[in-house]
Design a protein around this ligand. Structure first.
Ligand code: F0G
Length: 417
């Protein structure tokens, strides 16, 4: 049975209509009796399943917990998160040449990235399991979210970061929110290897996107987009374009659409094409899509200015590749220059994003130029993190300040030059 098929009935191990299913062998597990991140039998990824899947009419309130009917709990450790803007960008829409273009700006979450959506649910599960130390490997944003939500919950937090490769704003957040920060002499993938070892040895509860509960929170991005777009246009978007690192968000979006389909809330042709964008220097998912490969090859050497997606071993690929393929989407790589250009263009419409986020717009631009995206499409680009996360990249992309004397006439003279 393909993992894309959701069970119709709750198994005996279900707790209040919630359980875990292995995406590879279909083994089912109780959700909260033990700590597990992968399948006991075959070590593959797990997915959270529900006996009842809600339609849009079940949702009320605001933010991530508006969607509690589609989540394992009714409330969680909240700052609060979600309910992010779906910006109109008329000039960019014109320039790229699509029917409608909206920007879902996840940088407007409490710690400045979409990770907060996953963390509010993940930390609630950690409380249920009774753990006392949370940990993650991170390119920065997950560590900031983990530190803030852990602090809110009164739990100890430990984060492993690739030394010298995390943007300043993110390290500052993790630090001030009280995480213990370990800088590893290696890249993100090495950090994740180590933190997985620590979690297996019972040293900490792992809150990377390998943890299936994180993705439950993140699927609310899809729910918000579908509801908001439909309210504005009376239809659903044709395509959602997003930056891809560990491919957790890609997997979460697809889960969102599968569940809406199963609930009868949308039809098959309402499902947006999931379109992933990676930086050229870290593009194993793009390679797998282009080669039509079943598995992703781990890239040992990765490099990009978009440090948030400087990842060579996307652990959620087994969930994300089918998501891209089954929805008729695609994946594309963009250069650092194309990313910076897109970051400037977005900033020129008042939307401030970090480099990784701008990859979505850079990718759309390229796909439209290549004719893969057509002029009649309605597109939503996801921008995943706030401009201030990476002040150095922003300053580099922007104009330099101009020194002037402390004198109005001199200032006017300078302006006339
Ligand atoms: N955009 C930003 C700003 C990110 O921080 C990340 C991932 C992604 C996109 C990619 O999302 O992994 O779900 O495909 N950041 C992680 C972190 C790895 O540690 O903050 P993905």
């Amino acid at each position: 049975m393909s993992y894309l098929q959701l069970e119709e009935e709750a198994p005996a191990v279900a707790d209040d209509g919630v359980w875990l299913t292995c995406i590879e062998c279909g083994a089912q597990f109780a959700p909260f009796d033990d700590i597990r991140y992968t399948c006991d039998d075959c070590d593959s990824l797990l997915e959270v399943r529900y006996a009842d899947l809600p339609g849009f009419d079940a949702f009320e309130g605001e933010g991530v917990w508006r969607y509690d009917a589609a989540l394992p709990f009714e409330e969680g450790v909240s700052l609060p998160e979600g309910h992010t803007p779906l910006h109109r960008v008329p000039r960019l829409e014109d320039e790229i040449g699509v029917n409608a273009l909206r920007i879902k700006h996840e940088g407007m979450n409490p710690t400045g990235s979409f990770k907060d959506r996953g963390m509010t649910v993940g930390v609630r599960v950690a409380e249920e399991l009774g753990v006392d130390r949370l940990a993650c490997a991170s390119t920065g944003n997950t560590s900031a979210a983990l530190a803030a939500y852990g602090a809110r919950a009164g739990l100890e937090t430990l984060v492993l970061l690739p030394s010298g490769k995390v943007a300043a704003g993110k390290v500052a957040q993790a630090s001030l929110h009280g995480a213990r920060i370990l800088e590893v002499d290696g890249n993100f993938d090495h950090c994740l290897d180590i933190v997985q070892d620590l979690a297996e040895r019972g040293e900490a509860y792992l809150l990377n996107s390998l943890n299936p509960f994180r993705l439950e929170g993140q699927k609310t991005i899809g729910l918000e987009i579908m509801e908001r777009f439909h309210a504005d246009y009376g239809r659903f978007p044709d395509r959602i374009v997003l930056p891809v690192g560990n491919a957790g968000n890609t997997a979460a979006l697809y889960k969102c659409f599968r569940e809406l389909r199963q609930a009868g809330a949308i039809d098959a042709d309402d499902v947006p094409k999931i379109t992933g964008v990676q930086a050229e220097g870290a593009a194993p998912m793009v390679e797998a899509i282009e080669d039509d490969a079943d598995e992703v090859r781990r890239w040992e050497e990765v490099e990009t200015r978009a440090t948030a997606i400087r990842i060579g071993n996307p652990v959620n690929a087994p969930k994300a590749l089918p998501g891209i393929r089954e929805t008729g989407g695609t994946a594309i790589a963009v250069s650092d220059e194309e990313i910076t250009d897109a970051q400037r263009t977005l900033a020129g419409e008042g939307v401030g994003v970090e480099p990784a986020s701008a990859a979505s717009v850079a990718g759309l631009r390229k796909l439209r130029d290549e004719g893969v995206v057509s002029a009649d499409e309605d597109v939503v680009c996801l921008t995943t993190g706030h401009l201030l996360k990476d002040p150095d990249a922003a300053a580099e992309a922007g104009a330099d300040p101009e020194p002037v004397p402390n004198d109005t006439d001199a200032v006017l003279e300078h302006l006339d030059d």
